[in-house]
Design a protein around this ligand. Structure first.
Ligand SMILES: [Zn+2]
Length: 338
């Protein structure tokens, strides 16, 4: 029996993606609820277009507690003018808007983790409907997609742009060229702990150029991480040929996550005392962190050691840990780009 075609998305844009000029509007997602019987979720969106050229889709707050993306993209939407653009820029600075308003990774409405909900469903939960609209309405418009992440409330990262190893090596080369263009202090060949349901995978499967980032975290954004995000977004638009003029490049250090040994997973909960900070060089066997049981004194901490040589690229925040948490990520340094 043939699979039924998915129905239309319930999301209605208040902007015309085919129009020239600048438009600030919304993706309107009907959401009937106690405090608004015929209400809608109004996801901010901006389109800036002039002439014929490529389209870039720029997204932030795919996870609601990550702030470099929104900080860069609300500012870009306010300051970018059609006369500067050849082609089109679509900006969604707070993609999982309910989660962004709540300051949480997942949506308070359905607990949906947007970046585990792709390709989504038009007849699913609120979060699944957003994913479906992005997959079927926005990604097909785009030549390049830049999805800005950071660590949220429970991780902190070295600031890096990243792409994945892909079966299509020409597409992979396009993705890593865009990562290099972003010119974050670090550039990563990223291995996902769980790639199912990610926007990354949906865009890559559509054959498009995809760049993601991890630009900091710990539930906030710093002056430095915001500056990296803003500069990187403009650099990618230069790279795509949408902005003319010279990008503001700078040195980047290439990193690789060659295997699952990169991830250090907490076996038990407790108080974490890191022995190294982000960016520190590690040798295999070095103690990265000690985790103290909470309930009594006199207990030895559990020691976690580096499974390989590398540098500390991500770490857990805040100070208390639960069993199964990602304690840290160790990445290998590469002599050159991918
Ligand atoms: Zn994220």
């Amino acid at each position: 029996m043939p699979m039924a075609l998915p129905g239309p998305s319930p999301i209605v844009p208040t902007v015309d993606f085919a129009a020239q000029g600048v438009q600030h509007g919304h993706l309107r997602l009907p959401h009937s609820r106690d405090d608004s019987a015929w209400g809608s979720i109004m996801i901010p969106v901006c389109v800036i277009a002039q002439g014929e050229g490529p389209t870039a889709l720029l997204t932030g707050a795919n996870h609601g507690d990550e702030y470099e993306g929104p900080a860069a993209l609300y500012e870009l939407a306010r300051t970018l003018y059609p006369a500067q653009v050849t082609g089109r820029v679509i900006i969604a600075p707070a993609l999982n808007y309910p989660a962004f308003l709540a300051g949480t990774r997942t949506s308070p409405i359905d607990k949906g983790n947007l970046n585990r909900s792709f390709p989504g469903r038009p007849d699913g939960s609120v979060t699944q409907k957003i994913a479906d609209y992005v997959t079927r309405a926005l990604v097909p418009l785009a030549d390049i997609v830049l999805d800005l992440h950071s660590g949220g409330r429970t991780l902190d990262f070295l600031p890096y742009a990243a792409a994945h190893e892909l079966p299509d090596k020409a597409q992979q080369a396009r993705c890593f060229a865009a990562v290099a263009a972003f010119a974050a202090p670090y550039s990563m060949k990223m291995l996902e702990i769980d790639a199912v349901g990610m926007l990354d995978t949906a865009v890559e499967n559509a054959g498009k150029t995809f760049v993601t980032t991890e630009l900091g975290g710990a539930g906030t954004a710093t002056a430095r991480s915001i500056a990296i995000a803003r500069r990187g977004v403009l650099n990618v638009l230069h790279h795509a040929g949408i902005l003319s003029g010279q990008p503001q490049t700078g040195p980047t250090r290439w990193l690789d996550m060659p295997s699952a040994a990169c991830f250090v997973c907490a076996q038990d909960g407790g108080l974490v005392a890191f022995a190294h900070d982000l960016g520190d060089a590690l040798r295999q066997g070095d103690v990265v962190a000690r985790v103290y049981p909470l309930g009594r004194t006199g207990c030895a901490p559990m020691e976690y050691r580096a499974g390989m040589d590398g540098i500390l690229a991500a770490r857990h925040v805040p100070g208390l840990l639960q069993a199964g948490d990602c304690l840290c990520v160790i990445a290998q340094q590469r002599e050159e780009g991918i």
